[in-house]
Design a protein around this ligand. Structure first.
Ligand SMILES: *Cc1c(COP(=O)(O)O)cnc(C)c1O
Length: 430
């Protein structure tokens, strides 16, 4: 074991990681990267098949993105957005406004996906207060939902067996109305009926369009969303789309909401916003929502929220360049081609394996669900460890192996991921 791993374990506390078992699980200590590969302190290379936990879009050390950060460094790294502006942030917000599926968009920046969701919750809540409507203080969320780890976003998340420990914090979590998750084909119909029934108490409905990622890559059909959108319209309940995972081309379109025909009142962005370079997230509000906060200076209609690093200029510079690359190059056609290839390969090579229960895929978001014959076998964890030994970095969600490569992944790398996954499953389960 490298000295670095021991130094790491001595001082770093890793999220969602049992530190008592950290060193036994042979962590990779990354020193640098090239393209789609991470390189550890001993020079070993790993294909980053989880896009560094779903954030990396165009790979690592993309010359244009590196350059965008360097140029911004020569201007300013950060200046506050509370009461003042920053040139590159304006340029980014303009570029986002031109592509988001939101009517008359206004962008409130933060740093993490959870904060973008938290902002959406508070905006939705204050929207009704500003409008002078009483009682609209609750939210509807879906079974299996995951929206982040702050207390508000955790409250929206499903506590039952999610693996995110949400249930543990029940005493802190505020109650939400809960519709079924995408595992149930009627999920969105039930959600729509609940909107109709409980509209008078609902501030907003929060969904992950198309794919519930953290639930284990659970998918809904694009056409299923129309009934929910209609219910929100008919009963005047705000619709929040959490595209922290699905945004920026991950599911084949720039935003998954487009495929679902959704135009949310509030859109949450994160993960891929900076191409995986810097922590930046955003809550995009429609003009109608934004207008409800206009009023007298220092008045009570002001949005009571803002983060110190919201709209960081370095992050904005890289996000702007990233958005240009994603919209002006053929990234999305690569997602379509590699998605079709990955789907076909998983179906012929992995699905027939007796240890595999199901494969789900949308764009370059895929989950391979294993079927362990008993409890406590840790198949997901062990299959991923076997893949890492073979030089492909994977991380599971329980017994679902997530395959989430960068959007610029090439055909030979897709083949390698599938072959390594097959061999890792065979080694652990055969
Ligand atoms: C990852 C994720 C979040 C939380 O984002 P963080 O940056 O980890 O706080 C929220 N919603 C969805 C759908 C996510 O996948």
């Amino acid at each position: 074991m490298s000295d670095w791993a021991k130094r790491d374990a001595a001082v770093v506390w890793h999220g969602f990681t049992q530190m008592g078992a950290y060193l036994e699980n042979a962590p990779i200590i990354v020193e640098r990267a090239e393209g789609h590969e991470l390189i550890d302190v001993d020079g070993r290379r790993y294909l980053d098949a989880i896009s560094s936990l779903w954030v990396t879009t165009l790979g690592h050390r993309v010359p244009e993105l590196d350059e965008a950060v360097r140029r911004q460094l020569d201007l300013v790294a950060h200046s506050t957005l509370l009461g003042h502006g920053n040139r590159v942030v304006i340029e980014l917000a303009e570029a986002l406004a031109a592509v988001v599926p939101v009517d008359r968009p206004h962008v409130l920046f933060a740093s993490d996906g959870a904060s973008a969701v938290e902002q959406a919750l508070k905006i939705a809540f204050q929207f009704w207060a500003n409008a002078g409507v009483a009682g609209r203080t609750s939210y509807l969320a879906l079974g299996g939902a995951y929206h982040g780890d702050t207390v508000g976003s955790l409250s929206l998340g499903d506590g039952d067996g999610s693996g995110f420990g949400a249930g543990l914090f029940d005493a802190l979590r505020f109650p939400v109305l809960r519709a079924p998750g995408y595992g149930d084909p009627a999920a969105l119909e039930v959600a729509a009926a609940m909107v109709a029934e409980h509209a008078a108490q609902l501030a907003a409905v929060v969904v992950e369009p198309l794919v519930q990622g953290a639930a284990g890559m659970r998918m809904a059909r694009p056409k299923d969303f129309a009934v929910l959108a209609e219910a929100c319209r008919a009963h005047d309940v705000l619709l929040v789309c959490d595209e922290v995972a699905t945004g920026f081309g991950r599911t084949g379109t720039l935003f998954a909401s487009e495929q679902c025909g959704l135009a949310p009142d509030l859109l949450c962005l994160g993960k891929g916003l900076t191409g995986g370079y810097l922590p930046m997230s955003a809550t995009v509000a429609s003009g109608r929502v934004f207008d409800a906060f206009l009023g007298a200076d220092l008045g009570v209609r002001t949005l009571f929220h803002g983060h110190s690093y919201g709209g960081n200029a370095l992050a904005a510079a890289v996000a702007l360049r990233h958005l240009q690359l994603v919209t002006e190059t053929d990234v999305l056609s690569n997602v379509a081609a590699r998605s079709a290839q990955l789907s076909a390969l998983l179906r012929t090579v992995v699905v027939p394996m007796p240890a595999v229960a199901d494969v789900r895929l949308r764009g370059l978001m895929a989950g391979v669900e294993l079927a362990p014959p008993g409890e406590g076998l840790r198949w997901g964890r062990r299959v991923c460890a076997a893949a890492v030994e073979r030089g492909v970095l994977l991380r599971p969600l329980g017994d679902v192996v997530v395959v989430m490569p960068p959007l610029t992944i090439i055909a030979a790398e897709i083949e390698r991921i599938v072959v390594v996954l097959r061999d890792a499953i065979a080694e652990v389960t055969g």
